[in-house]
Design a protein around this ligand. Structure first.
Ligand SMILES: Cc1ncc(COP(=O)(O)O)c(C=O)c1O
Length: 411
């Protein structure tokens, strides 16, 4: 199987074997890609093929299998780098976004001292909040949050007030996983760099869905997860500008990440190995590389256009149902592929359960953004997230299922 060069979005669904499965005699309407995407056949085959034909540890053997595994694993770094316009040695494979951000909190945290400031936004996933919060507590740093405005976009004026000469790190999501807001990362990069702070982007929801060019955006670090972008679980990446990765301390110590070891001290291996201690998720990494290649062939700009069209249509359809409130920026320009909503008088978890009976997979809850939910006076929302294999028919099914939920609860 080869990766198609010109993909129509409808054709693409055929590449995803799981979407052919019936549950309760119903087709699966998968609208939870923001939590984890489905995997195309080529990614599944790549992983299977690795274990059947190439399996061996990397960087250690001089025999054929190990050499092939090493080449495939290194190639995977190139494919992921290519997707975001980075150099392969600027791509560190981690277990995902959470691990990438924790790595940074540890390594950059070593440089910080009491009184230094970290600026986040109110839209962060717990993964880009808790590591900084704990670091701030431990080192007595000041942590502040750029506000979300009434229209649910980021308040850039507030960002300008918060970011100052004591700010050492600015970290923000690119797309809010909870309410779909797009963040002006280029502007935040400028503000951070004006005060010589690092700018870190949580790209868990953007890299799978749109063109993300790290050079154009001028971000210092970018974290993302393989499983949200057609790849396997347990693998993801941290992009970092080369000079920064060379400067900062490694996060984990052990095999593979060293150059020389004596009883007293050690020196570090070249990038990216300096940050990849121990035997990595080799099969996962190779599958991740193929997923990145698939996304590149599908064209991230087309994926963004397709999923945004679907989300806009879904918003309109849901907004027309009495008792449904859709959340997200009022201006379409600031919206993404994620549609968050509630049905009056029904808990988001109950809505998600009824939708499941209709074959519609959505997420209900706080979406790992508890402080944001509290600020918005919400216990949670129902979240439908669209990806390249979704269609307008999926939205009609979503709407029918929402109507059904209202009937079940007499709303
Ligand atoms: C914006 C955002 N950041 C971070 C994460 C954490 O990703 P992972 O669980 O793959 O580490 C998620 C996952 O939902 C997310 O949506």
């Amino acid at each position: 199987m080869t990766i198609k060069q010109t993909l129509s979005m409808e054709m693409m669904k055929q590449d995803f074997p799981i979407l052919k499965r019936l549950i309760n005699n119903k087709e699966i309407i998968y609208l939870d890609s923001a939590a984890s995407s489905q995997k195309p056949q080529i990614v599944i085959d790549t992983i299977k093929n690795f274990y059947e034909n190439t399996n061996a540890n990397i960087h250690r053997g001089v025999y054929k299998l190990s050499e092939e595994a090493t080449i495939a694993y290194e190639e995977a770094h190139k494919k992921v780098a290519d997707l975001i316009n980075a150099n392969p040695n600027e791509i560190i494979f981690t277990s995902g976004t959470t691990a990438s951000i924790n790595l940074l909190a540890y390594s950059l945290g070593k440089e910080l001292k009491q009184g230094d400031e970290i600026v986040l936004t109110e839209l962060e996933h717990h993964s880009n909040l808790v590591p900084w919060q704990q670091l701030a507590k431990e080192k007595k740093l000041k942590l502040s949050f750029i506000k979300v405005k009434e229209d649910l976009t980021l308040d850039l004026e507030h960002a300008k007030q918060l970011i100052n000469s004591n700010t050492k790190i600015v970290a923000s999501t690119h797309v809010s996983n909870a309410i779909g807001t797009l963040i002006p990362v280029k502007e935040l990069a400028k503000l951070a760099h004006e005060v010589k702070a690092y700018y870190i982007v949580d790209g868990a929801q953007s890299v799978p869905h749109m063109k993300v060019d790290v050079k154009d955006l001028d971000v210092d670090f970018l974290a993302f997860s393989g499983h949200k972008m057609l790849g396997p679980t347990g693998i993801g990446a941290l992009y970092g500008k080369r000079e920064l990765l060379e400067k900062i301390s490694p996060f984990m110590y052990g095999g593979d990440m060293i150059s020389e070891v004596t009883w007293e001290d050690s020196t570090w291996n070249e990038l990216p190995m300096k940050f990849e201690a121990g035997t990595p998720n080799i099969a996962g990494g190779i599958g991740f590389g193929v997923a990145a290649e698939y996304l590149k062939a599908a064209d991230p700009e087309k994926i963004h256009a397709h999923t945004k069209d679907l989300a806009e249509y879904a918003r309109d359809r849901l907004n027309s149902i009495q008792g449904v409130t859709v959340y997200g920026p009022t201006n379409s320009e600031n919206r993404s592929n994620i549609v968050s909503f509630n049905i009056e008088g029904i808990h988001a978890h109950d809505v998600a359960s009824i939708l499941d009976k209709e074959g519609v997979c959505v997420r209900g809850g706080h979406h790992c953004a508890m402080p944001l939910m509290t600020k918005l006076n919400l216990q949670g929302t129902v979240r439908a997230s669209f990806y390249l294999y979704n269609s307008y028919d999926d939205i009609e099914n979503l709407v029918l299922a929402v109507e059904k939920a209202k009937q079940v609860f007499n709303k």
